[in-house]
Design a protein around this ligand. Structure first.
Ligand code: NAD
Length: 455
């Protein structure tokens, strides 16, 4: 992109290659030209082309994972997990396609009838930086299998690795069926608002998601699927296995340096075990020392940018409470300058109500007198992505769990535990349509009811 050179967040001496913004109008024109042919392509052929792309992606696993680590600072072990999920997603979505795209007959009623799923036409997929391939890819694959040409606009903060992913994908498809349009907000907006684009799948922040929803409000038949932020809580009940809870909270807060939509940013503990939990939690966090993301031993990489470091500093300065772990910016780690920060924990007495995501490794700890108070604290934000309850009692899990308005609910697992075998997505300000997980293909076609008489 034009302007300042972009550097690796883990090593500011590594300047990343420039990636020019794409021509959005030309990309939409090519997608429109390809749409009819791709919609008529039988599903087995679409599947065969996805399989070809899968082989190419699988062969490039290490290269892609290294690209993610260098460009976003995500530790290599996590990046390898992301690329593994990219490859596996194709199998899962093919199974979804075979199930959800099939015509339904034998419906009863006065005339023979069937329900069919029609391809919708060009789809825009907008990706975030924190899962630069996996999240966009999930929507890309669903739309491609559904017969919709895709224009993928990745995050400008991961443009290089996305460009390589794009090369590997598009070689498997006819011209115009899969395209990458690089760029930032302006390119993303132009793409999403183009009336010829019939679906938008946006993964990113709440303000941009809301702006898109407002801008598209009058185009009723254009589908907008939103994967937005979270403010995810882990509730520790008095009967919990405290070691497991402490480790899960630490992992949930520190994976991808806290920059996951499903990161644990709030921990709510019953009063009777609060002190014991606190000390085990601080012990568990000691394993997350900032380090070089390319080392296999590193569990905490840098945050993405100087702006993210500045937000971390603002939160440290502006959050009221007792700092149990004060946190610190580390401008240099292992002899390399980068955007490194340490985990921080603040014990709060307010209810933590906010409509902003934390998105850095700062954890707010709340003490609840009982589980009703814990549920009230969990519900203090407008987000509804994930929540986890640590308890040994199934009855407690059911009683607490049914009061939590979240798309993904766990017992005794980190809030980040989101395998691709399940649907994933949020309620409230966290989004709609569950584009991040299993079954998103349901939202990629238009349902048509067909009846006939006298044929
Ligand atoms: P972001 O909103 O800054 O950017 C996301 C994408 O939107 C980028 O590609 C950006 O270029 C593009 N964009 C910006 N303005 C746009 C506009 N007006 N129209 C169209 N596109 C526009 O988000 P980010 O910082 O890249 O990613 C982090 C955010 O993503 C966090 O809020 C996180 O919670 C969210 N996220 C959610 C999920 C989920 O599954 N719910 C998963 C990952 C990330």
């Amino acid at each position: 992109m034009a302007g300042e050179p972009r550097c690796s967040p883990a090593d500011l001496s590594v300047v990343l290659p420039e990636v020019a913004p794409g021509d959005v109008v030309a990309a939409v024109e090519a997608a429109v030209a390809a749409a009819g042919g791709w919609a008529r392509t039988p599903l087995p052929e679409r599947i065969a082309r996805l399989r070809e792309a899968q082989r190419a992606l699988s062969a490039a696993k290490d290269e892609l994972a290294r690209g993610i680590a260098i460009e976003t600072g995500k530790p290599l072990t996590e990046a390898l997990g992301e690329v593994g999920a990219v490859v596996a997603k194709i199998d899962l979505t093919i199974a979804d396609a075979e199930r959800h795209l099939a015509e339904e007959g034998n419906l009863g009623g006065p005339h023979p009838a069937l329900i069919r799923r029609r391809s919708r036409g060009p789809a825009a997929v907008i990706g975030p930086f924190n899962f630069p391939l996996h999240l966009g890819h999930g929507a890309n694959v669903a739309h491609l299998l559904a017969g919709n040409p895709v224009i993928f606009k990745p995050s400008p903060l991961a443009a290089c690795v996305a460009a390589r992913y794009g090369e590997l994908m598009l070689a498997a498809f006819p011209p115009g069926v899969f395209q990458i349009a690089q760029g930032g907000g302006a390119e993303g907006e132009a793409l999403c608002l183009d009336p010829r684009v019939r679906s938008v799948c946006f993964t990113g922040s709440v303000p941009v998601g809301k702006a898109l929803a407002r801008a598209l409000a009058e185009d009723f038949s254009k589908d907008l699927a939103l994967e937005l932020g979270g403010s995810n809580a882990l509730i520790v009940c008095a009967d919990a296995d405290l070691d497991k809870a402490a480790h899960a909270a630490a992992e949930g807060a520190c994976l991808t340096a806290g920059q996951r939509c499903n990161a644990t940013s709030r921990v709510i503990v019953e009063r009777s075990i609060a002190r014991e939990f606190q000390s085990r939690f601080l012990d568990a966090l000691a394993a997350f020392q900032p380090g070089d993301p390319l080392l296999a031993t590193t569990k905490l990489g840098p945050v993405i940018s100087a702006a993210a470091v500045a937000r971390y500093e603002r939160l440290l300065a502006g959050t009221q409470g007792a700092w149990l772990l004060p946190g610190r910016v580390e401008p240099e780690v292992g002899g390399k300058r980068g955007h490194f920060v340490r985990p921080a924990v603040v014990l709060r007495e307010d209810d933590g109500a906010t409509d902003a995501e934390c998105f850095v490794p700062i954890i707010s700890l709340f003490i609840a007198d009982d589980l009703d108070a814990a549920v009230r604290l969990q519900s203090a934000t407008p987000f509804g992505l994930t929540a986890s309850v640590f308890t040994r009692s199934e009855a407690t899990f059911r009683a607490v769990g049914e009061q939590l308005e979240v798309g993904n609910l766990y017992a005794n697992l980190p809030t980040t535990f989101s395998p691709s075998t399940l649907p994933f997505g949020g309620l409230g300000s966290s989004g709609n349509h569950r584009p991040g997980g299993r079954g998103f293909i349901r939202f990629t076609t238009d349902e048509q009811a067909v009846q006939w008489a006298g044929l």
